[in-house]
Design a binder for this molecule. Structure first.
Ligand SMILES: [Zn+2]
Length: 309
């Protein structure tokens, strides 16, 4: 038996309320609070838990298993991940729309398809559109599988079938979980869809890459709420047109959060900048009194706003 519980969550900082309010008293954001429906199992009053008994094994045996990570084909991205994608690991790639997340993921999916079974699920574009982009990225020749869907349950069932070692979901804002009536992109849909996908990934030991869009204002609730659920949060930042893109981890259960991949977009997709120091200092004017200042403009500023939670 499962019953639904309703709570109200601020999409900006994640604060929870029992009733709706126009303004979040935690972070001061207006119109950021939305209803979140969660399916809760009711196993009180002597009712047995519906789950199964967990198999367990000694720590020694678990540690002895060699860890096989999937290599992404871009060394810098592997370094940011802490050595590649971990089976059963759930990675969120967050960034503004149009920054190049889909391009980067299609490239990575294509590279990994050379060594493992990979499925790219898009809720944003048709298979034809992705196919055209894949051809441009010279990805069309590989064994990469494409599918279009907005159903988190269908994607979860596909993940659970263990046909694929990596599944890419582009984007979480287009996914819809059964039993949740609100529109795709809402707080309830994003949290429930992610949980559905995550459970399937963990159970089947499938690596899962999820795309999450954010806006400059941090208005879209998704990625902020997902940060707590997923294993790794990568942010792709930079200018939408031209210039460098920086990929870095703001959370990583499998590696460091100190590495960054600096890339540049060309017709064949994102390419790592081999000598970032040289490239960044290219326009430097060497005259008396010239000063070089290293700064990082944090576009996804609201990631940090909630650190006090
Ligand atoms: Zn708030």
């Amino acid at each position: 038996m499962a019953k639904k519980s309703v709570k109200y969550v601020c999409g900006s900082c994640g604060a929870q309320y029992s009733a709706w309010a126009g303004r979040c008293s935690q972070c001061g954001e207006w119109n950021s609070i939305a209803e979140e429906v969660q399916l809760v199992a009711s196993n009180t009053n002597g009712v047995k838990p519906s789950g199964r008994i967990l198999p367990s094994q000694a720590v020694k045996a678990s540690a002895a298993k060699p860890e096989h990570r999937l290599q992404t084909g871009i060394l810098d991205v592997d370094i940011v991940l802490g050595g590649g994608l971990v089976p059963g690991g759930v990675v969120l790639i967050a960034g503004q729309p149009g920054i190049g997340k889909s391009t980067l993921l299609l490239q990575l999916a294509n590279a990994i398809a050379g060594q493992a079974a990979v499925l790219y699920v898009s809720g944003e574009e048709s298979e034809h559109q992705i196919g055209i982009r894949a051809t441009r990225l010279s990805a069309a020749a590989t064994k990469l599988q494409l599918a279009t869907s907005n159903s988190a349950d269908d994607v979860a069932a596909t993940i659970a079938s263990k046909q694929f070692q990596l599944v890419v979901v582009d984007s979480i804002q287009t996914m819809q979980a059964a039993g949740v009536t609100s529109a795709p992109g809402s707080v309830s849909q994003i949290t429930n869809s992610t949980n559905t996908l995550l459970q399937a990934a963990k159970q089947s030991n499938t690596a899962l890459l999820i795309v999450g869009h954010v806006t400059k204002e941090g208005a879209i609730a998704g990625p902020k709420l997902l940060e707590h659920i997923v294993d790794v949060v990568l942010t792709l930042e930079g200018e939408a047109y031209g210039g460098f893109k920086v990929l870095r981890a703001t959370k990583n259960r499998f590696g460091p959060t100190t590495e960054a991949a600096i890339m540049e977009m060309d017709e064949q997709g994102l390419k790592p900048v081999l000598n970032p120091s040289q490239a960044l200092l290219e326009e430097r004017q060497i005259t008396d009194g010239s000063v070089v200042l290293a700064t990082l403009r944090v576009l996804v500023h609201y990631w940090w706003k909630s650190r006090r939670l």
